[in-house]
Design a protein around this ligand. Structure first.
Ligand code: NAG
Ligand code: NAG
Ligand code: NAG
Length: 447
């Protein structure tokens, strides 16, 4: 039952155009960035570092890759921290850096009258965060102005004692205040937010009374300028809050990070989802309730299923081991024995290349052209054979090409395999929670 926001429809179009105007006006974005409109329950998706994004940087390819890989390291720390972060009010482990990983963004509008926002699509996170007006220390930019609470007639702080207040980390109700406040510390940064409600509009749907964290104060170096759309499965996630609208079902197609457009889509709800799609069962892990675990049973490189110790792939709720699909990590990370087996076989089968070199965190790179073997991720009931664009990353200068995967860093999530967004680009990935399955089908959504 998608709620069509009829009174908002006019505004929607105008507001969407306004966001694009801002983004294409940013100094680093090239001319000609256009954006198809959102419609129905389908949202257009753009890579946060793509050339048309307001968050695009003009750094060199090498610098960008290094930066993205180091963001992945923070991301893996965050994924590891979920093991202890769940269930009531356990303090969040240092290193929770979910906000530092802007990857793919969608356009949303919050409040009444609606204010445009860009939200990062994050399948492994439950909470929504937004920079709010008056926030101390939030990075402001023309492309991502904060949500102005005073301009929305439907904005409501969530009071202490209200049920959602018991679901946030470290809730606090200081004397003299009735609003539910909470904070998160990570690395050298901390965020202080208050829990609030307002109407969230996505494409032509309106979610009223949407709970989100309104950022009031941040300290530390790197709080990203946009908000977060938590598509995890935990109690306060967008998915849980909209269960009666979208039935915990969504799919996305992530465009290439080089895409100029909002050419990918996030499709919310069971309607319009692919009918013919290969699927594999989803596991849920009570200790990491937001994550989407699947059973990866093997990896094929060329024609050969490489030799990986079964323990490196087996789902284990207690240790957190197994394999997840994640929209917020850029490059697939495999536990060391799995990565080494894949990498060694890949190197053996590469044809026509010179010596192996490394670049940043990638250890299997070559100068000049070469013929790469195919790579297939094998899941229960579903094999996914990746096109080369999903596992080879080329320098824009044209000379270096790397296998775009890496081993999970030692002692950070060393048991978790993460199928990351580069490996999902130009595929429709379906998250069908009610039917306990995740589906993958090729779909070109890069224009
Ligand atoms: C953006 O995508 C549309 C189709 O959705 C296409 O017609 C247009 O040429 C694209 N623009 C750029 C700059 O790639
Ligand atoms: C965060 O919350 C904890 C516990 O409620 C409190 O001790 C701490 O002072 C808070 N930090 C900030 C920056 O408000
Ligand atoms: C996946 O590929 C393997 C070997 O290449 C094959 O044995 C298996 O049947 C395939 N699985 C599916 C679901 O097609």
């Amino acid at each position: 039952m998608a709620m069509a926001g009829l009174p908002l429809l006019q505004v929607v179009v105008v507001v969407a155009a306004a966001v694009v105007a801002v983004s294409s006006g940013a100094t680093t974005a090239p001319a000609g960035c256009t954006a198809p409109a959102d419609s129905g329950s389908t949202l257009r998706v753009l890579h946060a570092f793509g050339p048309c994004s307001p968050f695009h940087s003009s750094a060199s390819w090498e610098d960008t890759v290094l930066d993205l890989l180091s963001r992945d390291d923070s991301r893996l720390l965050y994924l590891a921290s979920l093991a202890t972060a769940r269930r009531s009010f356990v303090p969040i482990a240092p290193g929770r850096q979910l906000l530092q990983t802007p990857t793919y963004v969608v356009r949303a509008r919050l409040g009444n009258p609606p204010q445009p926002l860009l939200l990062a699509v994050d399948t492994s996170s439950d909470v929504a965060w937004l920079p709010c007006s008056g926030c101390t220390g939030c990075p402001y930019s023309a492309a991502a102005s904060p949500f102005d609470t005073s301009r929305s007639i439907t904005y409501r702080p969530v009071p202490c004692g209200a049920p959602p207040c018991s679901q946030v980390p470290n809730p606090s109700c200081p004397a003299g205040s009735t609003a539910c406040g909470f904070n998160i510390t990570y690395g050298s940064s901390s965020l202080l937010a208050s829990l609030a409600q307002d109407s969230l509009s996505l494409a032509s749907d309106v979610v009223s009374g949407y709970n989100f964290g309104c950022l009031k104060k941040t300290t530390g170096p790197s709080v990203p300028p946009q908000g977060l759309l938590g598509l995890g499965r935990g109690p306060l996630s967008f998915l849980s809050q909209t269960r009666n609208i979208y039935a915990s079902t969504f799919s996305y197609c992530l465009p290439s990070f080089k895409s100029l457009n909002f050419s990918g889509t996030l499709r919310l709800g069971p309607a319009g989802q692919p009918y013919r799609i290969k699927t594999t069962p989803l596991h849920s892990n009570p200790h990491r309730s937001s994550l989407y675990y699947v059973d990866m049973v093997g990896i094929r490189v060329g024609p050969k299923v490489v030799d990986i110790p079964p323990a490196a792939l087996t789902f284990d709720a207690a240790t957190g081991g197994g394999t997840i699909f994640d929209s917020g990590t850029m490059f697939t990370r495999l536990v060391a024995p799995a990565y080494v087996a894949v990498r060694d076989e890949f190197r053996r089968r590469v044809r026509g290349a010179g010596k192996v070199t490394s670049l940043g965190g990638f250890d299997t790179c070559y100068n000049g052209p070469f013929v790469a073997p195919g790579i297939t991720f094998m899941f229960v009931g579903m094999n996914v054979t990746l096109p080369a664009d999903n596992y080879l990353i080329h320098s824009t200068a044209g000379s270096i090409t790397c296998l775009a995967m890496a081993a999970a860093p030692d002692n950070v999530n060393s048991v978790l395999n993460v199928i990351a967004n580069m490996q999902q680009m130009n595929h429709r990935v379906l998250f069908d929670v009610p039917n306990g399955r995740l589906g993958v089908a090729r779909e070109r959504c890069t224009f």
